[in-house]
Ligand binder design. Structure first.
Ligand code: DQA
Length: 157
């Protein structure tokens, strides 16, 4: 099984950014632990601070290289995955484009937030990702990514 983890803006700074909210671990360190724990699962990791790049990566995960229909040398299905764990960061609260990209593919997407966004500022209470996502995990710290992976793995059985 192949799972793609996508982290959105500012999540490249995990471990350094507001550690009281997001914790002191870097995502790279956490990812190594994930790979050791789930030896039968292949993980791809993508982080971007750019909304359109996240949209492109979702297309690629859903359609392989055929997402770009103009590229005839594209290898079909090469980048397709079985499920996506998505923390869209602040784009969660603004991005109709990411909402539409999730709806445009046929693979499960689990929305994850490290912090409990509902205990925070009101502008974090709305998610454009939730109505398009298969499931949502909020407020468990980095552990939430594991819960999302467990969910995807049991859906695939
Ligand atoms: C976040 C919550 C968002 O509101 C915030 O903009 C982030 C991280 C989280 O994981 O708790 O960047 O998605």
């Amino acid at each position: 099984m192949k799972i793609l983890i996508i982290n959105g803006p500012n999540l490249n700074l995990l471990g350094r950014r507001e550690p009281g909210i997001y914790g002191a671990d870097t995502f790279e360190c956490f990812l190594n632990a994930l790979r050791e724990k789930y030896t039968d699962t292949e993980f791809e990791y993508y982080q971007s601070n750019v909304e359109g790049e996240i949209v492109d990566r979702i297309h690629l995960a859903g359609y392989g290289k055929h997402a770009n229909l103009n590229d005839e040398s594209a290898h079909p299905n090469g980048d397709k995955v079985d499920g996506i764990v998505l923390n869209a960061g602040a784009y969660t609260h603004t991005s109709i484009a990411i909402h539409d990209a999730i709806k445009a593919i046929n693979i499960p997407v689990i929305e994850v937030h490290i912090s409990n966004v509902h205990q925070r500022e009101e502008f974090r209470h709305q998610s454009y990702i939730s109505p398009a996502a298969t499931g949502i995990i909020i407020g468990f710290g980095l552990e939430g990514y594991k819960l999302a992976i467990d969910g995807l793995r049991s859906m695939a059985k």
